[in-house]
Design a protein around this ligand. Structure first.
Ligand SMILES: Cc1cc2nc3c(=O)[nH]c(=O)nc-3n(C[C@H](O)[C@H](O)[C@H](O)COP(=O)(O)O)c2cc1C
Length: 302
């Protein structure tokens, strides 16, 4: 568990799998086990990281109402998933209003925002600061923490650029919103030095790691989603690499770490706690086996 001045993050947190508001994703909400998960999450005060919002509405690859785009989210063996969702969302204003409804219903929601660095660093930071102002106006005191999604592409050059952009963005956010509990969500592509620099400039916690780019996990194979960049692997197939990255990371930074990627059962949660996680996140499990996700939450947060 992470205790901060203005709020707390439960030992087990749900990441992305409850949608842009934290109240659940249609059509999963039709499943009784997923509805029970929502109930358990609310009753136990479990922390929810939302699906990423962007400053403005964005159409990515996956669009829920278009079956031709469903191929961008696939199942893999061992309770895994491969996705190239592509950040489809309604923009921060609409997402913040939905989060407000969730918070008023008793869900503990932490917004996740994706700074669109591809637009250029300055514009992306300007958009990010505007987005934060919108969260603050709509959520009021319930906007105590924010997760910034810095998970990056995986060419050397792109990583270098993304690191510089992430540091600049974090510095400006901390400067303008010093009371906000700022969480940076990082990728297996990031060197530990990135995490250390984030710690130095005052980021409050790290969330490691996001999905693993397909070609990093399977360098010999071509991703079935190669046309859209390869996609990211989550769930069981990602656990070993994610656990090893987090074990190394723990030795390099001392700020709170939300570890995750690959959790399939309570033993996996315990593995992350044993290597020094302050909290553990799960996403794919909540979609592939919501019953097990609910049991884990009752066990650790109940
Ligand atoms: C379909 C899908 C969509 C995702 N979308 C986002 C997102 O918008 N923002 C984000 O930060 N992470 C996103 N993630 C990553 C998850 O939050 C999580 O970090 C990752 O899947 C690893 O954890 P897991 O193995 O428990 O799923 C997504 C994951 C999946 C499977």
């Amino acid at each position: 568990m992470i205790e901060a001045e203005r709020g707390r993050i439960s030992t087990v947190a749900i990441s992305t799998a409850l949608g842009p508001s934290g109240r659940g994703i249609f059509p999963y909400t039709l499943l009784p086990a997923y509805r029970r998960l929502l109930r358990v999450v609310r009753e136990t005060g479990t922390a929810i990281f939302t699906k990423s919002a962007t400053r403005f509405k964005r159409i990515g690859n996956f669009i829920a109402w278009n079956p031709l785009t469903w191929k961008y989210i696939r199942r893999l063996p061992d309770l895994g998933m491969l996705n190239a969702y592509g950040l489809t969302n309604q923009g921060v204003e609409a997402c913040a209003r939905e989060i407000k409804v969730a918070v008023d219903q008793g869900f503990r929601v932490i917004p996740n925002l994706y700074p669109e660095f591809a637009k250029g660093t300055e514009l992306a930071i300007k958009d990010t600061l505007e987005a934060l102002e919108i969260y603050r106006q709509i959520l009021g005191p319930d906007f105590w923490a924010l997760e910034l999604n810095y998970s990056c592409p995986n060419s050397e050059e792109a990583i270098r650029e993304n690191v510089a952009q992430g540091l600049k963005c974090s510095r400006e956010v901390k400067g303008k919103f010093p009371d906000l509990f700022l969480i940076a969500k990082i990728s297996i592509c990031h060197p530990c030095e990135f995490a250390q620099e984030l710690e130095k400039l005052g980021v409050d916690a790290l969330h490691a790691i996001n999905t693993i780019p397909y070609e990093i996990l399977y360098p010999q194979k071509r991703s079935p989603l190669w046309r859209v960049g390869g996609g990211g692997v989550s769930g069981g197939p990602a656990l070993a690499a994610a656990l090893s990255y987090n074990t190394r990371l723990r030795k390099r930074v001392s700020l709170p770490l939300i570890m995750g990627c690959g959790v399939k059962n309570r033993e996996d949660v315990q593995r992350y706690l044993d290597v020094g996680a302050d909290a553990v996140s799960l996403c794919t499990l909540a979609l592939r086996n919501p019953g097990e996700a609910a049991e884990i939450i009752v066990g650790f947060n109940g």
